[in-house]
Design a protein. Structure first.
Length: 217
């Protein structure tokens, strides 16, 4: 009978798993609000737990550390949910792959950057500020910079598969530099949050600037 015992599958409760996921979501929402409003250093796990309506050990058990929670906040702000699907495979990124010409690719990417700015500009700024005080946040900030550049390179690679040259004074690396500069959510924060632009005005402006930087006049 030992073989029967050894062959048993671990017990899984869908209800328990769903409750755990809802708790995690509540904690991430609370952390997002507090990190953005107060800053990373000034927010403790106890603060997050109180805001989420759970015990501090629950937060620690779910994420392990404040740094891991900050990472989760950022990941969900970028993706829009907690599903493990890469940004490049998200439905809202597909217009970048489907655009038939270079200008269309950049217009679509401007739309992606606008969406990410809407969701993640506050979280990005939280990490940037925290990087001056917390080594774990500094490491996360450097990861963000690298990931933004990887995203820019992915779009430039897409441009190079389509008919048409880049600007005469722009090689591949310079093109990546330009898109890396423009895909910064800080631009969204400055023009939409600070200056009061509409998202559509920002999207059109960003698409035009990306075209100016990469494509021939």
């Amino acid at each position: 009978m030992a073989g029967v015992k050894d062959g048993k599958r671990p017990y899984r409760s869908p209800v328990r798993e769903e409750n755990a996921r809802r708790t995690r979501q509540a904690v991430v929402r609370a952390a997002t609000e507090l990190f953005v409003a107060r800053g990373y250093a000034a927010t403790s796990l106890a603060d997050v737990a109180a805001e989420a309506g759970v015990a501090r050990p629950t937060v620690f058990a779910a994420f392990g550390s404040k740094a891991a929670l900050l990472q989760q906040v950022l990941d969900e702000a970028l993706a829009g949910d907690d599903e493990p699907v890469p940004v490049a495979r998200r439905p809202w990124f597909q217009p970048v792959w489907e655009a038939p010409d270079q200008g269309g690719v950049l217009d679509a990417y401007a739309g992606v950057c606008t969406l990410i700015g809407h969701r993640a500009a506050g979280a990005f700024e939280t990490v940037r500020r925290a990087a001056d005080e917390a080594p774990e946040a500094a490491e996360l900030w450097e990861t963000l910079l690298r990931n933004r550049r990887a995203g820019a390179r992915m779009v430039v690679d897409r441009l190079l598969t389509l008919d048409g040259p880049l600007r005469p004074d722009t090689d591949t690396e310079r093109a990546v530099d330009g898109l890396w500069f423009y895909n910064d959510p800080a631009h969204y924060a400055a023009l939409v949050h600070r200056c009061g632009w509409t998202e559509e005005s920002f999207r059109r402006w960003l698409g035009a600037r990306m075209r100016d930087a990469l494509l021939p006049a």
